[in-house]
Structure formats: C-alpha cells, structure tokens
Design a protein around this ligand. Structure first.
Ligand code: 1BN
Ligand code: ZN
Length: 317
C-alpha cells in the first residue's frame, strides 16, 4: 500500500516544469497553452503498479492490481465496468482475466476510447541472460506506462467532466503471446471487440498507449494506425509538435506493429497506437527483459505523451 500513498503524495508537483520545457523547445511559434497533466503523478501511478509485482494473469499480484485499478477509476469519478473473461492461450493455459473500463459522461453518444494493457508478460524471453528468461517481467514500460498515463488522465477528467464521452479501458492478457502466431497476443482486446460490454458500443475513435515511458523515447506514426485513422495520427503529431515535442514525435510513418489497436480496427473502430518502436532499432532494449523496471521509466516521456493526449481531449471532447 506504500506505493499507493506515494501517488497521492506527489499530486500537483510536476506541471510547471513541463510548461517551461514546452516554452523552451518550440521553434518559432509560441507553444500551445499547457493543459493540466501531472507527469510526476503519472510516474507514481507506474510505480504503484510495479509495486504489486508482475501482474501476470492467475497470480495474486494480478488480482490485487485489478481491484486497485477499478477502485482508482471509481475514485476519479468514472462509471466502472469490469469484464471478467476466461481465455485460453497459445500454450493451452486457461487465464482468469478482466478488462476494466472507466467511463466519463455516459450520456454522450460521441465517444473517445483510450486504452492500454495492464497485464505483464510471464517470461522475460528477450533477456540477454538466459537464466532470467523464465522469470516474469515487471512491465514498467510494457503495460504500466500506458496505464499510468491513463490513470492521470482519469484524475484530470474526474475534476472536469468532458463535454463529450471518454472511456478509459485497461485490457488484460495482451502479453501471453508467441512469435509467429499473431492471434496469440491481445487476447483481452480480442474479447472486448467480440463482446462489447455496452450494447451498441461504437466510439468514434480510439487511442492505444503502449510503451510510452522509456527514456528519450521517439514515437513514429505506426503503420496500421496510419492506414485506419491517419487524420487522428496527424492531429496527435501536430499537437505534440505545437507543444514543443516534435523531436520526440518524428512526423514519419513507422513500422507496422501488431498490438491491441488492430483488434479494434478489425471491429470497425478507427484506432491508433502510440508506441515506442524505432524503424531502425525496433523496440526499446528493455522490452521483454528483466530490465523493464522503474529504472527505464522517464517522467518527462510520460508527460510528453500525456500532455499530447490530454490536449487532444480538451480540444475535441
Ligand atoms: C507489444 C508489447 N506486444 C507485446 N508487448 C505485441 C507484439 C508482440 C508486437 C510481438 C510485436 C511483436
Ligand atoms: Zn509485451
């Protein structure tokens, strides 16, 4: 519980630095007005998740984190729907998994869906040290970073209910997959797309955040996102540039990455993935290793992503 207290303890302490940063990095044009997004609060939300231990389905850490995520969304004023699922993985493991959705302004039919996966990979199978490859990952970047940004957005939305609808979805069982079997990944998102928890659920668009906390991370316009929702990508990258973050959001089409957003696109929801994946170097070197821990998390990166998405919400919802 100490990590949770840490979240409350730092609220409100980081907004001014990100404003200064935006002011000093914009080229020519004055930076866009800063929105409320506290990067240090987002960082503490990442640390709080890691504090539960690896959130691998069918473990006590996973069950405890599930309860906490739902209670945090409720605490920030969301109407929460939990979607329990029994899922079978590529290696025939049966998982008790849960998607968690927090909803703001449920009366509005014009809705934005924000999502991130909250589970951890059961094996650090990319670890350079072979003896560590059967251990679960902390998932500080791969999982907790996207959720941390979205919990901070939930905190902001709880203070100021949006004019239109915003849903925050934490999908489970993204990371129990295997190379070469595309449908072995994103099991929770597959279930969500096949069984919408709200009748006739049809958000206008969706933004997935995955691996959004790495030091000095660069975000390219992911290829499937660009094909399905190029104008949403253009808006987000334009906002990032106007905030002074163009260096970190290169305005270039990146590699195709199969991730949770592909399930939404296939279900007819235009969706984009904000993900650190370099066209030359691939994923962050900590990906699926025992080093995907808090040492790899940057409050500055969380802030750049969070401010960008929050600005998009303020302008459009
Ligand atoms: C993303 C983060 N993914 C798993 N953790 C999905 C993925 C798996 C993307 C393998 C590319 C290759
Ligand atoms: Zn992963």
């Amino acid at each position: 519980m100490a990590a949770i207290a840490g979240v409350a303890g730092c609220l409100g302490c980081g907004a001014s630095k990100s404003r200064q940063e935006a002011a000093s990095t914009a080229e020519g044009a004055p930076p866009a007005a800063a929105v409320a997004f506290d990067r240090d609060s987002a960082y503490s939300y990442v640390a709080a998740q890691v504090g539960f231990g690896p959130r691998v389905p069918n473990t006590p850490s996973h069950r405890a984190a599930c309860k906490w995520l739902a209670s945090e969304l409720r605490r920030h004023g969301a109407e929460v729907i939990e979607q329990p699922m029994r899922l079978t993985t590529f290696d025939n493991t049966v998982l008790d998994a849960t998607n968690i959705m927090g909803r703001y302004n449920t009366a509005s039919s014009e809705r934005l869906l924000l999502l991130a996966h909250w589970d951890c990979r059961p094996w650090a199978d990319e670890d350079p040290d072979e003896s560590k490859r059967s251990q679960p990952v902390d998932g500080a970047n791969d999982g907790a970073s996207g959720v941390g940004v979205l919990l901070e957005i939930a905190r902001q939305l709880g203070r100021e209910n949006p004019a239109k609808g915003v849903d925050i979805l934490f999908v489970d069982a993204e990371d129990w997959g295997t190379t070469g079997q595309e449908d072995s990944w994103a099991l929770g998102a597959q279930y969500f797309a096949a069984h919408p928890p709200v009748e006739g659920y049809s958000p206008r668009e969706a933004i997935l955040l995955d691996m959004v906390g790495g030091h000095d991370a660069r975000f390219y316009r992911e290829y499937f996102s660009e094909r399905a929702a190029g104008s949403l990508n253009a808006s987000l990258w334009g906002i990032a540039d106007s905030l002074g973050y163009g260096e970190y959001f290169p305005d270039r089409i990146g590699t195709a990455v199969t991730d949770d957003h592909v399930q939404l696109i296939q279900a007819g929801i235009p969706a984009v993935d904000v993900i650190e994946f370099s066209p030359s170097g691939g994923f962050n070197s900590r990906w699926h290793t025992s080093s995907d821990n808090m040492e790899g998390i940057s409050a500055e990166t969380l802030g750049r992503v969070g401010e960008t998405v929050m600005t998009y919400i303020r302008r459009n919802y």
